[in-house]
Write a protein that binds this ligand. Structure first.
Ligand SMILES: [Zn+2]
Length: 104
């Protein structure tokens, strides 16, 4: 299935910006979190993209991917997918990458 869906940035996306801002504020960088309670793949992909976009707005690097729910207590009975996401400070993400490639 071709993914030609365009995500239009508008006022509605501001909530994702706040969400990411709060995430970084509360937990800082490098903590993995799961967004749960996603019922279909399309929504999972949307959540993943929105998190990454919101991260860019804040100068934060977000590693995000979705995975099928293996049964969880928090997502409700219809939970089918989770989005795993971790925030990284852009500077340290870059430094880490350089370190990795430098050692090889
Ligand atoms: Zn779940």
């Amino acid at each position: 299935m071709p993914s030609q869906v365009r995500i239009i940035s508008g006022p509605r996306d501001q909530s994702w910006d706040r969400y990411v801002a709060r995430l970084v504020q509360e937990r800082g960088f490098g903590h993995e979190r799961h967004y749960v309670g996603i019922t279909d793949e399309k929504r999972a992909e949307e959540v993943r993209r929105k998190l990454r976009t919101a991260g860019r707005h804040h100068g934060v690097s977000i590693k995000a991917f979705w995975l099928p729910c293996k049964g969880c207590e928090h997502g409700g009975p219809d939970c089918a997918y989770h989005v795993s996401y971790t925030a990284y400070d852009l500077a340290s993400a870059r430094a880490y990458k350089n370190q990795q490639t430098g050692r090889r």
